[in-house]
Design a binder for this molecule. Structure first.
Ligand code: C2E
Ligand code: MG
Ligand code: MG
Ligand code: MG
Length: 279
């Protein structure tokens, strides 16, 4: 049965790849309309704080609700938006929704930090920090409740615009988190140059826990490094109770993954916040 499923899946995958070039212009046109019609919905995936057993933060993950295609995953359109320049407009809609939602939770007495993913382009635009400052002002979200997730590759770009935007954002009191940590390049010198506040251990290391000795050792080393640099450390892609146990034992601050919850709409997340976490 598993083999049959794998076979089907492979078929779907190759068909999609073959279709990609043909459907790209269509998708691009649809994406432009999506920006104008505000077809993006933000889903939220909780981060469980291990020491307290509570949800203190969520990651905002964009979904595209297309009238015919249905729910489109970011992996199918973010790269396109980065190529055709729509990522700025999409990113602003995501940021606005996420800050608005965190403000609503705060109004209900729930203090939740919200993390928004940013692409390099959004930081290259001269007004990157101004967009964030304006959104915080408009939504009334306290600055420390916003965090931005950037990949290592962005910090390795050596682009002075990106660098100054990141410093200005940090000066606003907004957090900077390194996403997919460990999958970029070997140089860690950017940790000296940038005002980073958290590391997110990439899912590829977490999935090797507990069976792979090297993944276990690397996860422990990243946690130890984060602790000694006084950075918060989050494990992404946690699916198994043994992984959560391991991460708790080595004092990882927060875990995120299907074990706790998949990304869900705001209403569902609000329901989760009222219930004890169990797995
Ligand atoms: P990411 O920021 O590394 O987000 C984590 C991805 O892993 C999410 O996929 C999430 O649904 C998935 N995930 C979470 N827990 C588990 C788990 O336990 N197991 C497995 N197998 N997967 C898990 P998603 O939502 O499809 O997003 C994919 C990527 O798209 C994100 O990776 C991020 O780089 C990008 N993205 C999402 N939203 C935005 C956005 O608003 N702006 C930008 N620029 N990029 C975004
Ligand atoms: Mg992320
Ligand atoms: Mg990630
Ligand atoms: Mg990842």
């Amino acid at each position: 049965e598993a083999k049959k499923f794998a076979g089907n899946h492979y078929h779907l995958y190759t068909d999609e790849l073959a279709d990609k070039d043909a459907t790209q212009p269509l998708l691009e046109g649809a994406l432009r309309k999506a920006v104008a019609n505000r077809e993006f919905e933000v889903y939220y995936q909780p981060k469980l704080h291990l020491a307290s057993g509570t949800i203190r933060g969520v990651e905002a993950l964009v979904r595209w609700q297309h009238p015919q295609l249905g729910l489109v995953e970011p992996e199918r359109f973010i790269y396109l938006a980065e190529e055709n320049g729509l990522i700025g407009a999409i990113g602003e809609q995501v940021l606005e929704q996420a800050c608005q939602q965190a403000r609503e939770w705060l109004n209900d007495g729930i203090e939740i930090r919200v993390a928004v993913n940013l692409s390099a382009q959004q930081l290259k635009q001269g007004d990157g920090a101004a967009v964030i400052e304006r959104t915080l002002k408009r939504t009334g979200l306290p600055h420390h409740l916003l965090e931005l997730e950037l990949t290592e590759s962005i910090l390795l770009e050596e682009n002075s615009r990106i660098s100054s935007t990141i410093h200005r954002i940090r000066e606003l009191g907004v957090g900077i988190s390194i996403d997919d940590f460990g999958t970029g390049y070997a140089s860690l010198s950017y940790l000296r140059r940038f005002p980073v506040s958290a590391l997110k251990i990439d899912r590829s290391f977490i999935s090797g826990i507990p069976d792979s000795d090297s993944d276990c050792a690397l996860a422990r080393a990243i946690i130890a490094m984060a602790l000694s640099l006084d950075l918060r450390v989050v494990a992404e892609g946690v699916e198994l109770p043994q992984q959560a146990e391991f991460l708790r034992r080595f004092a990882c601050d927060e875990i995120q993954g299907y074990l706790v919850s998949k990304p869900v709409c705001a209403r569902e997340l609000t329901e989760q916040l009222g219930q004890p976490v169990s797995f």
